[in-house]
Write a protein that binds this ligand. Structure first.
Ligand SMILES: [Zn+2]
Length: 232
């Protein structure tokens, strides 16, 4: 056993919990190749949240879509995209669009998980640590993670896929509803419903107390709050 694996970790959280920040990248924010309106605001909100709650997480992961240059990446890119299964070229590795949005400030030690080189990959669980090459699920196991929070871009695509994979992998999973943005209202609503049906808890992180995670609310209540927030 190596030293890192045997050393006790310092945690303030009662449960080893990971935060997975999905695809808060230049190309998914205003001015990017596949911009989602509100992306830059999500970057700022996530940064503020992480700064205030870093001690509650045993592991922080930030995923990135990272596609191969000069390739359609397994049919993911199209010159005539349908915006359902095909998309304009975006997040090409080695270009600024694949980098995190400049307003996203991440703590030291954040794991950079990259997905989609040569193929479509919506879920962060399809990604690998750019340093160690390990799959996300293996990283979570290495860090004894028991529960997962998910936030980022876009609610109706990569956030949904990540949260559904987290539940499928057996992790109690929350989606932080104020740290999300979707591509369109209809698909976002459907995505939230699908996540709740799969067992994901929609969580308003505004209810998060400094000492713990007492703010968990039911999916229906969270949706009502999210809908109310979206309407203002
Ligand atoms: Zn992509």
């Amino acid at each position: 056993m190596d030293e890192a694996a045997s050393a006790p970790r310092c945690r303030t959280s009662p449960d080893p919990r990971a935060l997975v920040i999905v695809d808060v990248q230049r190309d998914f924010c205003e001015g990017g190749a596949l911009a989602v309106a509100g992306g830059a605001a999500v970057a700022a909100a996530v940064s503020e949240y992480v700064a205030a709650n870093e001690g509650n997480y045993a592991l922080v992961v930030a995923s990135r879509d990272g596609h191969a240059p000069a390739s359609d990446n397994g049919g993911h890119f199209s010159a005539a995209p349908d915006y359902v299964e095909t998309w304009p070229p975006h997040c090409v590795l080695g270009t600024p669009g694949a980098e995190h949005q400049p307003g996203l400030h991440l703590p030291a030690g954040t794991v950079d998980v990259v997905k989609g080189e040569g193929r479509p990959a919506y879920s962060a669980f399809e990604g690998i640590d750019s340093v160690s090459g390990k799959m996300l699920e293996d990283l979570l196991a290495d860090n004894d993670i028991d529960e997962i929070d998910v936030c980022g871009i876009a609610t109706d695509y990569c956030v949904k896929a990540t949260a559904l994979d987290a539940v499928a992998a057996g992790f109690p999973t929350r989606v932080l509803t104020a740290l999300l943005v979707g591509v369109s209202p209809g698909t976002t609503r459907a995505a939230l419903d699908e996540m709740v049906a799969a067992g994901v808890v929609l969580f308003d992180e505004g209810l998060l107390s400094p000492g713990g995670f007492e703010g968990i609310i039911s999916g229906e209540a969270a949706w009502t709050q999210a809908a109310a927030k979206g309407g203002t």
